[in-house]
Design a protein around this ligand. Structure first.
Ligand code: ADP
Ligand code: ZN
Length: 512
């Protein structure tokens, strides 16, 4: 195939030029070379198979994990005149699609990975001419990825039955380990990987502990014009936040899978059309939505992983104009994540723990957030970015190990059964009826926090929970976790960030 793709790009999509690594990926696909393209959200992955699909003879089979996403893609492809169809359980025109496929009338056929396992589907594929296999969200094939789907493992044997058909795997989110695994699982040579730059310089990252989420986010909204997405962890939380934020006078909507489909579709459409709406959603929202002017994304709780954080924040500022990503986290998010890890199969636990530790490092750092993010994706930056909360606020890091030891001692001396608030009162020597009754005022740890330490007690409690030095028991009492020993013995130090003074200016995305 020696056809030049550029005129086709202009003719089919009306784009004057390729962006970033698109040209390299398309060249490899047209040459029939198996390829893994790692490109951040918004970099234009779909074009990498859509364009070849109209240039090559036969149909490109696209594997995609979400039906809603497929239908969005289908609409977008049809809008530019690409002959495309989806073959999923919800499509009523399946018979017609199969006829079109066999007759060679489709450029793209989108399928869900479950189909790949059926002999029936393999049989169907052998009855038409295929141009390419495109595997979207390819990290789903890897147990190292953050979203493993066993059905993806069936794709390689399926593709092996068609050895002459090229393969293009695509993902926005894969660390080095996962990338290598994707190649292995999908039969792509290690040198068939094309990785585009991950930096999104127009997004400002800001991460802080959670105090009163709806107030914290309302403060952001007051300062920040333009459309925004607020991610909450549960359906109920999206509705509560939408209601609370609506009181700021800003138009707000909730979005989650439990809403009536019509309401959901309307809320999404309203958001896409609006220039100042805030949508409070669960993380599924945003996939496949083409809204380039989102000015801020706020996480009301800890995301699942750095990959997920990067992907979700990446929905801001796709137009290249300044945007800001806020994350509010609490120690209980880490406790809950750890509990979830305890429930997954034991082979997956070490990977999940590493993932959580990476998130912990990102939220706790006093250094440049972007450097940590990019390093996670294999890009080593020598310089600070100048566009994250830490770079802008110059926070100080203080060694709080002594205070942490006092905190742990107080937990121990009071019998590992009281909550953080009580432990704090003991350290401060705040006498209450309860402390009197418990006889805690005679303990050696009573009132041992002094001077500057007083302000450190709350953040130290959070840091200890984050490190699994403390755990919360079923009654809300604190008890020692595996991380306590190293701190008490003096092997591990606890460094804390003293938060920068928040200037109003630093919350707002800078003017262009
Ligand atoms: P991804 O799947 O990587 O998140 P998309 O495929 O959804 O990204 O593309 C993001 C946006 O960029 C879409 O609006 C798409 O039309 C646009 N786009 C893709 N390639 C180009 C290009 N070469 N020139 C201009 N716009 C492009
Ligand atoms: Zn920075």
């Amino acid at each position: 195939m020696t056809d030049d793709p550029l005129p086709h790009l202009q003719r089919v999509f009306g784009f004057p030029a390729f962006r970033g690594v698109q040209a390299d990926v398309v060249d490899r696909v047209l040459a029939g070379e198996r390829t893994l393209a790692v490109m951040p959200t918004g970099a234009g992955k779909s074009l990498c198979y859509q364009l070849p699909s109209v240039m090559m003879e036969g149909t490109c089979v696209v594997v995609s994990p979400l039906i809603a996403l497929m239908h969005d893609q289908l609409r977008a492809a049809e809008a530019v005149g690409i002959r495309a169809a989806t073959l999923t359980s919800v499509d009523e025109n399946r018979a017609e699609t199969i006829d079109r496929f066999k007759a060679g009338q489709l450029d793209l056929l989108y399928i869900a990975p479950e189909r790949a396992s059926t002999g029936h589907f393999r049989e169907l594929l052998s009855q038409a001419k295929l141009s390419l296999f495109a595997i979207d969200e390819a990290h789903c094939v890897s147990e190292w990825g953050h979203d493993f789907r066993p059905d993806y493992r069936l794709l390689e044997p399926l593709m092996d039955a068609f050895p002459d058909v090229g393969r293009l795997a695509l993902t926005a989110t894969a660390d080095a380990h996962t990338r290598a695994d994707i190649c292995k699982q999908l039969g792509i040579p290690a040198d068939g990987m094309i990785v585009s730059g991950f930096d999104r310089p127009n997004i400002r990252y800001a991460i802080s502990p959670r105090a009163n989420t709806s107030k914290q986010i309302a403060d952001i909204i007051a300062d920040q014009p333009g459309p925004g997405i607020v991610y909450a962890q549960t359906r109920a939380a999206t509705e509560k936040l939408a209601e609370a934020l609506g009181r700021t006078g800003r138009p707000t909507r909730a979005y989650h899978a439990g809403l009536d489909p019509r309401v959901r579709a309307r809320n999404q459409a309203d958001f896409v059309a609006s220039e100042d709406m805030v949508i409070c959603a669960t993380v599924a929202f945003g996939m496949g939505i083409d809204k380039p002017d989102v000015r801020f994304v706020a996480h009301a709780g800890l995301p699942k992983s750095i990959e997920a954080y990067y992907q979700e924040t990446g929905r801001a500022g796709r137009d290249g104009d300044p945007a800001i990503a806020h994350l509010f986290w609490g120690a209980e998010d880490f406790a809950r994540a750890r509990q979830r890890i305890g429930e997954v199969e034991s082979e997956r636990q070490p990977g999940e723990r590493t993932r959580l530790a990476a998130l912990g490092a990102l939220v706790e750092t006093a250094g440049c957030r972007r450097r940590i993010l990019l390093k996670h994706f294999g890009e080593d930056r020598l310089e600070d970015c100048g566009n994250c909360d830490n770079c802008l606020g110059n926070p100080d890091a203080v060694d709080a190990t002594e205070t942490a030891r006092k905190f742990l001692s107080a937990v121990f001396r009071t019998g590992q059964m009281f909550g953080a608030g009580y432990v704090e009162q003991v350290l401060l020597g705040q006498s209450t009826e309860r402390s009197l009754m418990n006889g805690h005022e005679t303990l050696s740890v009573w009132a041992i926090a002094e001077g500057d330490e007083v302000a450190l007690i709350k953040p130290v409690g959070r840091a200890l929970l984050l490190r699994d030095a403390l755990r919360t028991n079923a009654h809300g009492g604190l008890e020692f976790g595996p991380g306590a020993r190293g701190i008490l013995k003096g092997d591990d130090r606890v460094t804390l960030v003293v938060p920068p003074k928040r200037e109003r200016r630093s919350r707002r995305a800078p003017a262009v």
